[in-house]
Design a protein around this ligand. Sequence first.
Ligand SMILES: COc1cc(/C=C/C(=O)SCCNC(=O)CCNC(=O)[C@H](O)C(C)(C)COP(=O)(O)OP(=O)(O)OC[C@H]2O[C@@H](n3cnc4c(N)ncnc43)[C@H](O)[C@@H]2OP(=O)(O)O)ccc1O
Ligand code: AKG
Ligand code: FE2
Length: 364
Amino acid sequence: MAPNIADQFNVDSSALTDFVINQGNGVKGLSELGLKALPKPYIQPESERMCMSKIIPQHKESIPIIDLSNPAEPTVAKAVCDAAEKWGSFQIVNHDVPFEVLERIQEATHHFHGLPAEEKHKYSKENSGTINVRFGTSFSPKAEKSLEWKDFLSLFYVSEEETAKYWPPVCRDQVLEYMRSSEVVIKQLLQILMNGLNVKEIDETKKSLLMGSVRTNLNYYPICPNPELTVGVGRHSDVSTLTILFQDDIGGLYVKGNQGEDSWIHVPPIKGSLVINVGDALQILSNGRYRSVEHRVVANGTNNRISVPIFVNPRPNDIIGPLPEILEIGEKPIYKNVLYSDYVRHFYRKAHDGKKTLAYAAVA
Ligand SMILES: COc1cc(/C=C/C(=O)SCCNC(=O)CCNC(=O)[C@H](O)C(C)(C)COP(=O)(O)OP(=O)(O)OC[C@H]2O[C@@H](n3cnc4c(N)ncnc43)[C@H](O)[C@@H]2OP(=O)(O)O)ccc1O
Ligand SMILES: O=C(O)CCC(=O)C(=O)O
Ligand SMILES: [Fe+2]
């Protein structure tokens, strides 16, 4: 390693941008330089860093773990709806996604991020053959004052032809397999959640609103020299209806406590489990009954970590707003109708900022 490369990156932020973004090295490349100190652009304001005093001990509170082996059981339905109302987050065990599929997606994520920088760079915004495939770093670097310590590959599914032509061969089949294997679980959960709102049938219109499009991200959080000064992912809620998240066994995902205070609960990795997060679209469709969960990921000083969220969304051209079945029983809409792609665009054009994206859809 060049002796003072961290100093060089600190005095010349364009050299850092060039190395991380333009050459496609990502934060993984930075991490592998063996830097002794975190470059300044990654230093988060104190208010955004995690500290021990904000963490609620596991024995005091934790998000529910729901056994999905009998999804038709009324007790399961109640547990799912209660968790979506109270927490917006829960873990599922004994679900229908085979363990081997999770092992393969984990391995494929390491394979993709382990490619040489020039290979990964072929999938950057500038070089990718399609808007639907993007290798990137942090969240939205041009919109962020402080960067996040994460690289990602983001794959928005459009068609088999597009996956064959543009998705990286090193992970394409594994992502498709993971996406397809999750469909049963996604349908089970959405059916339960809709029943809880008195929506009996998921017709084609509802199907589009609830699960019309899917984006899968392969997240990579490399070892960080000063994890306490930065974040893996800053505080945010997902803009999906539901997110199905596979995390490896390293840990570091936190969800916000449900008392409105700045307290955080660790989501402990459980072998073979999946984390389910309610996203903003479901909060809007349910007129606030199900709440999207604010969550964050800390950086890690000793281990690389991966996670693979499947964001289940409305279609980009869908108009989302409180479902008619909810308004018919006399509830006042607290959200207006918005074009979903406008909502997503609004989300991507700013840094992560807790649950503030929802204000875009709030009734004035
Ligand atoms: C990560 O957490 C998420 C993500 C989601 C995702 C849900 C969906 O994807 S629903 C489907 C939305 N439609 C599409 O994705 C179709 C393909 N993409 C587009 O049409 C557009 O990219 C766009 C998403 C509608 C935004 O378009 P536009 O504002 O015209 O301009 P862009 O230059 O494309 O992007 C602006 C800005 O956004 C950032 N960005 C875009 N895509 C991604 C991405 N995949 N990952 C990260 N960031 C992205 C980017 O920073 C762009 O700025 P630049 O700095 O690159 O210029 C659900 C839930 C979640 O929690
Ligand atoms: O890495 C994780 O556990 C969560 C990632 C996340 O929240 C996201 O990609 O939206
Ligand atoms: Fe998220």
